[in-house]
Ligand binder design. Structure first.
Ligand SMILES: *[C@@H]1O[C@H](CO)[C@@H](O)[C@H](O)[C@H]1NC(C)=O
Ligand SMILES: *[C@@H]1O[C@H](CO)[C@@H](O)[C@H](O)[C@H]1NC(C)=O
Length: 447
């Protein structure tokens, strides 16, 4: 079981960590699937020569093994020239131990899995990777290439021990899925907006022990979503984790982010909208460490990078921000607390507790609360009517206990967008003092 203590490095209170209360993952184990049937791409005219399009072989292997079995992509180098849509799987797995290099140029999704249940996508040597060579698009200023991986209407599944590199567009999105577990992944993209790490709009999903490098979404929840647990995440130079952009009829509830380490990102957590309607409720953001980020806590319901949509604003209710430590880049320019709620839909029941961050530059920082009700820091206590208001508090003394551990291997220089990005290995630590929930598959299988 996962036991952790941040007390060892002086970060009280005790670091809570737990698996979700709902079920996740495939319902049939891998060994049972493998003993039913294995379809190696090499038996479907696939060639590991780095040149022959592996797309048709993956599709043929899927057709033969999608109803009970394993599609096997052995170690080796493969070219993906045509995209694959894998549909209608039941009790199946894809074991991807090789490296797939993008050679095709279409938009869309390089690997698209849909209408599938009891499914596992993983690499048994923890080295399976997709190299998207996004820089070939980005160096000319284009973000119009494909996403690497998309799951749509997939239930009872896991995706793990995979490496996704340099997506031409997004790296991994999960849309309308349920009961899924995503873990032990490294995602490394170019230093630009539009190259999201993981985007999820789904129910009952557990995402843990993931590293993201890019300059847009690290792990982001979109609407509609319910019951999402995100923990042990290392945004190792990124845009940072977020919720949004939120528009109309937003429906998000029961979201927890826990043990989130963010380095050199746009923010540690952002909830972003501009106008709109619907609600976000029952959100916990706990145990966050940040260093070198522009924003830290950034709730912005008048987000200027988004055009205004109709409605008084998304109603945010019952959001707890707890145990945030570390430093922000420049607290006078962008203070560590910004809770800018819509005047037409003030936020309610917001709690900020055990929050201690300090500025890396200068000697003061600001906390901004606009139309935000609840308790802690610049929030206004709720008594009677909630109306719009604005407060900025200037803090000139470092809060007690702000200092927090750094990860040993924070990325020092961005990868940029105009040259090849090397394929990383999957790390075995994603948050200071927290042990990953599962050993890497490579380690587990050799143990
Ligand atoms: C507030 O949200 C938390 C989860 O973040 C939940 O446990 C709690 O029951 C909610 N409170 C109310 C009053 O709904
Ligand atoms: C963070 O990113 C840099 C560059 O990718 C890498 O060298 C370092 O190992 C990463 N840190 C971890 C813990 O993976």
């Amino acid at each position: 079981m996962f036991v952790s203590s941040l007390l060892a490095i002086g970060l009280a209170p005790l670091l809570a960590s737990a698996a979700p209360s709902w079920s996740v993952g495939p319902t049939t184990d891998y060994a049972t699937k493998a003993s039913t049937k294995t379809c190696s791409v090499l038996d479907y005219d696939g060639v590991a020569d780095g040149k022959t399009d592996i797309g048709p072989a993956i599709s043929s292997a899927w057709d033969d093994c999608k109803e009970g079995g394993v599609v096997y992509i052995p170690s080796g180098e493969y070219a993906l020239g045509s995209w694959v849509t894998l549909t209608g799987g039941k009790s199946t797995a894809i074991r991807m131990d090789g490296t797939i290099y993008r050679t095709g140029e279409d938009g869309g999704n390089m690997i698209f899995i849909e209408h599938t249940s009891d499914f596992e996508l993983f690499s048994s040597n923890s080295k399976g990777a997709v190299q998207g060579y996004g820089y070939e698009f980005h160096k000319d200023g284009s973000l119009s290439g494909p996403r690497i991986l998309r799951l749509y209407e997939v239930t009872d599944f896991s995706v793990h021990d995979l490496i996704l590199v340099d997506a031409p567009a997004f790296h991994f999105s999960m849309d309308t899925c349920s009961n899924g577990e995503v873990y032990n992944m490294a995602i490394r993209g170019g230093d630009s907006g539009g190259l999201d790490g993981i985007d999820v709009w789904s129910n009952d999903i557990w995402i843990h022990d993931v590293e993201v490098t890019n300059k847009d979404e690290c792990v982001t929840v979109k609407s509609p979503s319910k019951s999402i647990l995100v923990e042990n995440i290392y945004c190792n130079w990124s845009g940072g984790c977020a919720m949004g952009s939120l528009s109309t009829d937003v429906d998000i509830s029961d979201i927890t982010y826990r043990n989130i380490y963010t380095w050199s990102s746009n923010q540690m957590y952002m909830i972003k909208s501009n106008g709109g309607s619907g609600s976000v409720s029952d959100v916990t953001l706990e145990n966050f460490i940040g260093h070198g980020n522009a924003y830290s806590l950034d709730i912005d319901q008048a987000w200027s990078s988004m055009s205004t949509v109709s409605g008084d604003g998304v109603q945010l209710n019952n959001i707890t921000i707890s145990n945030w430590k570390g430093t922000e880049a420049n607290g006078a320019e962008r203070g560590p607390i910004k809770v800018n709620c819509a005047p037409g839909a003030p936020c309610t029941d917001i709690t900020i507790e055990d929050f201690a961050m300090w500025t890396e530059e200068g000697d003061y920082q600001t906390y901004v609360c606009n139309s935000a009700y609840g308790s802690g820091e610049c929030l206004k206590e709720e008594s009677g009517d909630v109306t719009s208001y604005s407060t900025t508090v200037t803090v000139s003394t470092a809060p007690t206990g702000y200092s927090a551990a750094s990860m040993d291997a924070d990325l020092a220089t961005a990868f940029g967008t105009d040259s090849e990005i090397p394929i990383p290995t999957i790390p075995t630590s994603f948050y200071p003092g927290a042990t990953p929930f599962s050993a890497l598959a490579a380690k587990a299988s050799s143990a």
